[in-house]
Design a protein around this ligand. Sequence first.
Ligand SMILES: [Zn+2]
Length: 137
Amino acid sequence: MGEANRRNIHQQALKYAEDCNIVYDTALRRVKAFAKARQQIRAASKCPGCNRHTLFIESTDYEFQSNESWVQCSECDKTFDISTRYKALHSWFNFDVVMAIQIEKDKPWLGDWDEFALNDTIELEKELKIRGGARNE
Ligand SMILES: [Zn+2]
């Protein structure tokens, strides 16, 4: 990791810690984890048909019908079956629950907010297969 990049990550983590009202160490781990999530989303979005990063998940979303989903390319319109290879394309994949709760929060959090953020970060790192809290990258 270059010096400029390191500074950038540090700045992002400081801002994230402030925005989400969590400790810097957890914020840094989350910033790194979401950067990795974006890489995985980009990798998963590569279309085997046209090689562009244009795949997305499409679904029938009617209330009284079975809900079917598939992967589709916005460029060449090819479709593919949902598989683990496309896991990163799901909208929940890089959903930031800590940020979402912090934005909605209009009353004090019941319980230890830092602990909640840390536990969610650990789950996130497991999901993204980041070892040792991304400290050695
Ligand atoms: Zn395509």
